[in-house]
Ligand binder design. Structure first.
Ligand SMILES: [Zn+2]
Length: 370
């Protein structure tokens, strides 16, 4: 019973509005068992039923499975290089409320405290329905929830402060979470080996193999921005020289244009990439070429069948598609050129990391609900 109930909740989470008949088929139970299961989950205030959208097909009316109006919720949070945000997310992924503000130069502990205050407020507003939290961060998170964000100069920031003693608390790297979300709800659904690359301040990403994110032995896999595809004379904030990330982000554009290192690297990069002036156009082309070449290296090495770009990668793909395609094509091994794996903008865009945080929190919470 419990396993089937969890399976049914997973199906409704993945496809809110699924019909009871379809959901029954997907978890392999008959209509009688499904009716009983739905009844129990309704009593537990986990699921509700509503009318399906009219399909035009004739036959008996069927009902759709939807989140219960008094059901559990999770808080999904994201911290970026410039701002933080918390969403309240119901089963199925819909966002019911949101809060956030700019970092305004504050340190990591202050930002996590502000985020925690917002979570507390939202929990009160939603009558204790919020049962867990997922946080996306621009850095690495240790098992005891300590955050290290070298690009922000944050070290040993205690994320647990956002909700001390939370029953469900998950946190992870933004690029990894965006990759996971893209493979569950985005353009990478169904890919065999999907490579997601996300450019913000620096470059991160993840490989999703058959729907499973490659985490690594220490949970720090996907630091593709720290492969030495860049200029060996440039030192990265991570301490290494020649990191690829320093050749494709806002710091690269500033260096090419002779500007000082920008305080708001993502907004700065977006302005440059979208500028029609000759200097910015040439700098954008150089960065796009460095991006395309590195993607080719990763596709050769990983045998990915799909590449998705998030963050500033979306802007670069729109502004300089020819430069990316030319460098990507030139770097691919001969046998891959006839059908190069597509390089696509991530469907979830800037919401990828927070969507991934929501998915991780829901995955953890669903096993505790029944
Ligand atoms: Zn580095």
């Amino acid at each position: 019973m419990t396993t089937r109930a969890t399976e049914l909740l997973r199906v409704v989470h993945a496809r809110p509005g699924v019909t009871r008949a379809d959901a029954a088929r997907m978890i392999g139970v008959g209509t009688g068992a499904a009716t009983e299961l739905v009844g129990r989950l309704g009593q537990a205030q986990l699921l509700a039923e509503g009318p399906t959208a009219p399909s035009g097909a004739r036959g008996r009316p069927t009902t759709a499975l939807i989140p219960h109006p008094r059901g559990p919720l999770i808080a999904a949070a994201s911290i970026t290089h410039e701002s933080w945000r918390v969403d309240v997310v119901e089963l199925g992924g819909s966002v019911l409320a949101t809060a956030g503000e700019n970092l305004a130069g504050r340190g990591g502990d202050e930002v996590v405290a502000a985020l925690g205050a917002a979570v507390q407020r939202l929990r009160q507003e939603h009558g204790d329905r919020i049962r867990g939290i997922g946080i996306s961060v621009p850095g690495t998170v240790s098992r005891d929830l300590m955050l290290d964000a070298s690009q922000l100069g944050w070290h040993d920031v205690d994320l647990a402060v956002a909700w001390p003693r939370a029953e469900t608390f998950v946190a992870g790297n933004d690029a990894t979470l965006a990759a996971s979300a893209e493979s569950r709800r985005g353009v990478a659904v169904g890919a065999s080996v999907a490579l997601h690359l996300r450019i913000e301040a620096g470059l991160g990403g993840a490989v999703v193999d058959g729907g499973k994110v490659l985490i690594g032995a220490l949970g720090a896999s996907g630091e593709f921005g720290h492969m030495p595809f860049g200029d060996p004379a440039v030192r990265c904030p991570c301490g290494a020289y020649g990191c690829w990330g320093t050749a494709v982000d806002g710091s690269a554009l500033a260096r090419l244009l002779g500007h000082a290192a920008p305080r708001d690297p993502v907004s700065y990069a977006r302005r440059i990439i979208n500028s029609p002036e000759p200097g910015p156009v040439a700098a954008t082309a150089a960065v796009a070429t460095a991006l395309g070449r590195g993607i080719a290296g990763l596709v050769n090495g990983l045998d990915a069948d799909l590449v998705t770009l998030g963050g500033l990668g979306v802007d670069l793909l729109a502004a300089a598609p020819e430069q990316i395609a030319a460098a990507y094509g030139a770097g691919l091994m001969d046998f891959r050129r006839a059908a190069p794996p597509p390089v696509l903008p991530a469907l979830l865009g800037d919401d990828g990391p927070i969507a991934g945080a929501a998915e991780e929190a829901w995955t953890a919470l669903l096993t505790r609900l029944v």
